[in-house]
Design a protein around this ligand. Structure first.
Ligand code: ZN
Length: 326
């Protein structure tokens, strides 16, 4: 099945092969212990303690390129036809790269990978919850500076429960004023009130996760009516305890309620999962068939931050697959 994946962190999705090339001293055993989190962490904050292992290895142009190529290989194995990769440029400055160097390197690598694999992709730049106002604004300004490249949107990621949104209001206001696309992590480590707050303060077209919206029926109705797309990552949510177990995940109820949802891996390394595996779990726990999975892919494509001709081309390829499968 041709798939669309909108929520994927570049720096949390390094295969062992890539890690071993970046640092041959890291054994597979060490990779499994330090890069991959256990099936259930104590919290999102606990889950996020694995993230530095990835970005610490991504501090040079060569390393950023290698990791981008590695992710495209994983996308190819999952039959992804369109992906949006996200990363926080300011996490890659430890060895002297400037934020512009970082974005330009990932952008060029993405361009080359699109040409080499035929997989369409765009980039989202993340600010992080614990950043100050200036860092957040700098990240938003990078999205503007790279307008016209593969960089298409601003996101906020990181520890939702540990840090409020206040320091990021200026960045999202700037992005809105510049007409930049926006998504935001919310409703993962905190409940529906965090999603409301994010919608009001950042006015994003999409929400990263957003699964705890299910706690407030009026919010579910609002999301449905306003067609706010939720980038859902079920296995990651079980791992961070946003939900107790897979069978209780809100994706099925949100889907049945008519909310626009898509299926994503979030952090392929930390969660130790592929998109194919995520689809298999949805089939297993909710008896989802191709029908539901295809509908999610169509919704994700409708919500993608991509130019209309590309969206139209990918939609018709998806419809051709659906017709052939019937
Ligand atoms: Zn995420």
């Amino acid at each position: 099945m041709p798939k669309v994946e909108l929520h994927l962190h570049l720096d949390c999705s390094l295969s062992y092969a890539a890690v071993a090339r970046l640092d041959p001293s890291i054994s597979r055993q060490q990779y499994e212990a330090e890069f991959i989190a256990p099936p259930q962490c104590a919290s999102l904050a606990d889950f996020l303690t694995r993230a530095p292992r990835g970005f610490q290895l991504m501090q040079s142009r060569d390393a950023l390129r290698l990791v981008t190529e590695d992710v495209f290989e994983q996308l190819g194995a999952d039959h992804v036809v369109y992906a949006e990769l996200r990363f926080a440029p300011l996490l890659h400055l430890a060895e002297g790269l400037t934020p512009e160097n970082v974005v330009e390197t990932v952008d060029r690598a993405t361009e080359d990978c699109i040409a080499a694999t035929g997989i369409e992709a765009r980039l989202i730049l993340c600010t992080l919850r614990h950043y100050g106002e200036q860092q957040s604004l700098e990240t938003a300004q990078l999205v503007e500076r790279f307008r016209g490249s593969r960089v298409v949107a601003l996101d906020i990621a990181g520890d939702e429960a540990g840090f409020p949104i206040d320091a990021h209001i200026a960045a999202f206001r700037y992005a809105a004023d510049q007409g930049l696309s926006r998504t935001a992590h919310a409703g993962e480590a905190r409940g529906a009130e965090s999603v409301w707050e994010t919608l009001r303060a950042f006015a994003p077209r999409r929400i990263g996760h957003g699964v705890r919206s299910i706690e407030d029926p009026s919010l579910v109705e609002h999301l449905r009516r306003e067609r706010v797309h939720l980038e859902v990552c079920p296995s990651s949510n079980v791992q961070t305890r946003a939900c107790r177990k897979y069978a209780e995940h809100a994706i099925d109820r949100l889907f049945r309620a008519g909310v626009s949802v898509g299926i994503n891996t979030d952090a392929r390394t930390i969660t130790n999962i592929t998109l194919e595996e995520e689809y298999a779990r949805l089939r297993e726990h909710f008896a989802w068939s191709d029908k539901e999975l295809l509908a999610c892919n169509r919704e994700a494509l409708r919500a993608a931050f991509v130019e209309e001709p590309v969206r139209a081309r990918l939609l018709s390829a998806m419809e051709a697959f659906e017709q052939a499968a019937q």
